[in-house]
Design a protein around this ligand. Structure first.
Ligand code: SF4
Ligand code: SF4
Length: 383
């Protein structure tokens, strides 16, 4: 069964699922468009250096402390004095306000993420396997094309078209930034954080696997069928996760001023690859991160997600509670290793071995088409 014949082979019931899912996605996005509260029309020329931090900060959804942080000033700087008198130039003001405006959330993007996650979930659970297929046709049970289309939509629509914010990485970082008083509305950041976590819990890291624009871009590059031998080598999860945990811990220590004494400093700021989607390479670190992650993705599965992303780490913990996820029927599993070979990470290895804390699973579906005994499913059934 090849990708072209996938639609012709799915059952009538699955076609109904497909139809209802597409309608559902359409409705979700329509509601998002109707309720979109983004106000990106704020013009940069509305700000000038005769204004104070107090004047400008509320217009950028940031606190005075947060704005002072962006100007690299102490958090207790006089916030009612003109910026010019604090040494801020027009160029710096333009740079900082432009940067902050690019981070303002468009609520529509939350709906786009939800629609993509819905598609991924229904595909993994209901549509990937044509009902009644012969077990010999298993290799075609998960046609790649619907996944590739979803990834392309994620990169183009949720990425380049809608810009970098919101995104799952920010969702984690901003809740901690709220704790040191950098945002005026901590509740909004809390809601955003839980939005991403809930999606990761509904389907195992499915927000990463199917909707995150930078994750999708790395997935697309990795999916190019070249360098197969190199890709067979998996990075030890112990190592990748240790680096990710160290960065996350360092972020907390620096942000709260426990190390460095520079409260409000975010170590991810200069390695945030989501800036790619605004073509905003404000520091060499960002440009280098994007280049290294995307070049690395030719050889290694999602290098940024494995080594750096704070959401990757937090959602790895959340995966323990995921409702839908890859599950292995121990009674059927012969431990033949086919799924372990297919998985780009050590995730299936951990599942087969029954580890309590297996490696991340990005719900990529690679393992779901290889089992000779049909022991693996993407399911909520924990038998
Ligand atoms: S782990 Fe990867 S896919 Fe998930 S939020 Fe981070 S960058 Fe995106
Ligand atoms: S191949 Fe690995 S990462 Fe992909 S769905 Fe299976 S267990 Fe998850």
């Amino acid at each position: 069964m090849d990708n072209n014949s996938w639609f012709s082979q799915i059952s009538f019931r699955q076609r109904v699922w497909l139809f209802v899912t597409l309608i559902g996605m359409f409705v979700i996005i329509a509601v998002g468009i109707l309720t979109d509260s983004s106000q990106k029309s704020e013009q940069l020329q509305d700000f000038n250096i005769n204004m104070s931090i107090q004047d400008i900060a509320p217009k950028l959804d940031i606190t005075g402390k947060g704005l002072a942080r962006e100007f690299k000033m102490p958090l207790n700087v006089h916030k009612n004095r003109p910026l010019g008198s604090l040494g801020v130039t027009d160029k710096e003001l333009k740079h900082v306000t432009g940067h902050l405006l690019s981070h303002r959330d468009t609520t529509l993007k939350y709906y786009v993420f939800t629609a993509l996650v819905l598609w991924g979930l229904v595909f993994l659970v209901k549509l990937g396997r044509p009902e009644g297929s012969d077990i010999k046709n298993r290799r075609g049970w998960y046609p790649r094309m619907p996944y590739v289309i979803s990834l392309l939509l994620s990169v183009t629509i949720a990425g380049f078209f809608m810009g970098k914010s919101p995104n799952p990485m920010e969702g984690v970082v901003k809740i901690f930034k709220s704790m040191v008083g950098l945002y005026p509305d901590p509740m909004a950041k809390t809601v955003a954080f839980f939005f991403f976590i809930v999606l990761a819990v509904v389907g195992n890291k499915i927000i990463c696997g199917w909707a995150c624009p930078f994750g999708s871009l790395q997935e697309l590059i990795y999916s190019i069928p070249i360098l197969r031998k190199i890709k067979q080598r998996k990075l030890p999860f112990v190592l990748t996760n240790a680096i990710r945990v160290c960065l996350f811990t360092a972020m907390i220590f620096f942000l709260f001023g426990i190390i460095g004494g520079n409260k409000g400093f975010v170590i991810y700021h200069n390695i945030n690859p989501f800036n790619l989607f605004n073509l905003d390479f404000e520091s060499v670190g960002i440009l280098l991160t994007v280049i290294i992650a995307l070049l690395g993705a030719f050889f290694v599965y999602r290098p940024f997600c494995q080594f750096v992303c704070p959401f990757g780490f937090v959602s790895w913990i959340a995966e323990r509670f995921s409702i839908y996820r890859v599950r292995i029927d121990k009674d059927k599993c012969t431990k033949c290793g086919a799924c372990i070979k297919a998985c780009p990470l050590e995730a299936t290895k951990g599942l087969v071995e029954g580890k309590k804390l297996p490696a991340d699973c990005f719900s990529c579906a690679r393992c779901l088409n290889v089992c000779p005994t049909d022991a693996i499913k993407y399911t909520s059934n924990a038998r």
